[in-house]
Design a protein around this ligand. Structure first.
Ligand SMILES: Nc1ncnc2c1ncn2[C@@H]1O[C@H](COP(=O)(O)OP(=O)(O)OP(=O)(O)O)[C@@H](O)[C@H]1O
Ligand SMILES: [Mg+2]
Length: 285
C-alpha cells in the first residue's frame, strides 16, 4: 500500500470556523497570478509529475491535495525554481519564469513555506523575518495591488499569531510556532503569490482555525494563495478551488463541493483501502 493511503493521515475530522470563499470568489477571475502548464518531472523510474497544469488567481485560496507521494511538494519545487521540470512552463503574472532561479522568482513576488521547516535555526524568530524584509526592498511588484501587511518583523509575527516571539534561537521553538514564523518570513516580501506546504502540520486545532482565517484574509488582500494540506476540513472550508493530484497526475479540480463528491477523488483516497467504515469519504467533513 502506498504511504499516502494511510487512513490516519486522511481522516482528520474537526470543525473549522466557516470561511468566506464566496465573497473572494465572486466576479471575474482575470489573469492567473501563477500558472503551471504541462509540467512533468521524473526521478529515475518514478514519474513524480505528469503533464500537470494548474492556475492560482489573486484573491483566492487554491488548494492542492493528494495522498502522500502524489507530487505536491515536487510541484511546489518546480514552481519556485528548486526543481527543473523535464517538460512544462511556469508563469508568474503572465511572465514565463521557467528558466529563472528561486531568487529571481522571489523578486517577482513568489514566496513559500516548506513542508520540512527551513528556518535559520540559530537566528531568532524576528531575525528570520528580517531576512525576508531585506528581500522586500529589492522585489518588483507582480500580481496587482495588495495591502494589509505591516513592514516590521514584530508586527508580522503578531499578524501570523506569534506575538512576543522569544529571542531564543528558532530551532528551539515548538513546531507550530516555527511554522508560523516561517509564514511571517514568507510574508515579509509582501508576496503576490504565496505557496504553503502543509502549514497546519504541528499546529493544534485552535492554531489551525486561526491560520485558516489568516489565509482567507491574505487572499482578500489580493494575493494568490496556493495551499497544500492534508487537513481536509480546512481545505474544503477555505479554498475557492481545489486541485487533486494522484500519482503525479491531476485527477480532478473544482470547487470544494465538486471535489468532495468526485468519484475519482474518493477512489484516490479510498479505493486502495476499501473499508466499510471509511465509505463516507475522507473529504466529507
Ligand atoms: N529528490 C527526489 N529524488 C527521488 N525521488 C523523489 C524526490 N523527490 C520526490 N521524489 C518522489 O517523487 C514522488 C512525489 O514526491 P512528493 O514529495 O512531491 O510528494 P508529496 O505529494 O509532497 O507527498 P507528501 O504528502 O508525503 O508530502 C514520490 O514518489 C517521491 O518519493
Ligand atoms: Mg510533500
Amino acid at each position: 500500500m502506498p504511504p499516502g493511503n494511510r487512513p490516519s493521515e486522511r481522516h482528520r475530522v474537526r470543525s473549522v470556523p466557516p470561511a468566506e470563499p464566496a465573497a473572494r470568489a465572486s466576479g471575474e477571475r482575470g489573469e492567473p497570478a501563477l500558472e503551471a502548464r504541462g509540467v512533468s518531472v521524473r526521478f529515475g523510474g518514478v514519474a513524480a509529475l505528469t503533464d500537470v497544469s494548474l492556475a492560482a488567481h489573486p484573491g483566492q485560496v487554491t488548494g492542492l491535495i493528494g495522498p502522500n507521494g502524489a507530487g505536491k511538494t515536487t510541484l511546489f519545487n518546480v514552481i519556485t525554481g528548486l526543481q527543473r521540470p523535464d517538460h512544462g512552463r511556469v508563469t508568474i503574472a503572465g511572465r514565463d519564469v521557467t528558466g529563472l532561479g528561486p531568487h529571481r522568482r522571489a523578486r517577482l513576488g513568489l514566496a513559500r513555506t516548506f513542508q520540512r521547516l527551513e528556518l535559520f535555526g540559530t537566528l531568532s524568530a524576528a531575525e528570520n523575518v528580517r531576512v525576508g524584509l531585506e528581500a522586500r526592498g529589492s522585489r518588483r511588484s507582480t500580481a496587482g495591488a495588495r495591502s494589509g501587511l505591516p513592514s516590521g518583523a514584530a508586527a508580522l509575527l503578531e499578524r501570523v499569531g506569534v506575538p512576543g516571539a522569544p529571542d531564543a534561537p528558532a530551532a528551539s521553538l515548538p513546531t507550530g510556532s516555527a511554522r508560523l514564523v516561517e509564514l511571517a518570513r514568507a510574508l515579509a516580501i509582501d508576496p503576490g503569490v504565496l505557496l504553503l506546504d502543509e502549514p497546519c502540520s504541528g499546529l493544534d486545532d485552535h492554531e489551525t482555525a486561526a491560520l485558516g482565517k489568516l489565509l482567507g484574509e491574505l487572499a482578500s488582500e489580493g494575493r494568490a494563495v496556493l495551499l497544500v494540506e492534508h487537513d481536509m476540513d480546512l481545505v474544503l472550508q477555505i479554498c475557492d478551488l481545489v486541485y487533486v493530484l494522484d500519482f503525479g497526475e491531476i485527477i480532478a479540480s473544482g470547487t470544494p463541493d465538486q471535489v468532495r463528491n468526485d468519484p475519482a477523488v474518493q477512489s484516490a483516497y479510498l479505493g486502495r483501502v476499501e473499508r466499510s467504515d471509511e465509505r463516507a469519504g475522507p473529504v466529507s467533513p
